[in-house]
Design a protein around this ligand. Sequence first.
Ligand code: CTP
Ligand code: CA
Length: 220
Amino acid sequence: RRPIGKAGPLAGKRILITAGPTHEPIDPVRYIANRSSGRQGFAIAEAAAAMGADVQLISGPVHLPTPPGMTRIDVETAREMAAAVDATLPADIAILVAAVADWRTADAAEQKIKKTGGALPVLQLAENPDILAGLARDARRPALLVGFAAETENVIEHAQAKLARKGCDWIVANDVSGDVMGGSENAVHIVTADGVESWSNLPKDQVARKLMEKIADVIR
Ligand code: CTP
Ligand code: CA
């Protein structure tokens, strides 16, 4: 399915991208979240579309406009994101940038939880599905499967372990020990079976462009 009028090194390639955080409801007015702004994922989607790709952007709750020339699907929870990824397959390439909440509440309350003056509420958690690991095992696994990893220490070691554990092709490891989440700059390491390539302190749009150029190089 080649979109009409698209040209560039990724023309005719269907690329699935997840971005942003997920929100996991506690009750109708409260949720578990994280500090992901969605900016890195949206920058990657924008760079991919600019290179001619047919981009399917699956986004958690963010405050960002949709970059030109792509399809955007908005979701809230990790389970909704997993379902949207499933419904969007097949894809030639998947880049999972989303900061998926690792846990949800086992049972979100149907009504707002009230202060009782007595015992404190206890949040019972359940683990969310691992979308990346699931995609790696799927019969429709994209030919190139890229994960992201935000780490605060031992960045490359953790990324190498994640690459093996999740069965993806590349991990883009993000050093978040500084002020990266929500910020505009980003130090990243591209960890593959062949080794590690490091890019220091590039703005997120340049990380996006370099990553998409590297992808275009291996995919053609
Ligand atoms: N990921 C996912 N589904 C999840 C959790 C993570 O698809 N439920 C994806 C992220 O989008 C990212 C990669 O897996 O591409 C790594 O996420 P990360 O949170 O670093 O990995 P975890 O296995 O959750 O490990 P950690 O304990 O460090 O959070
Ligand atoms: Ca995690």
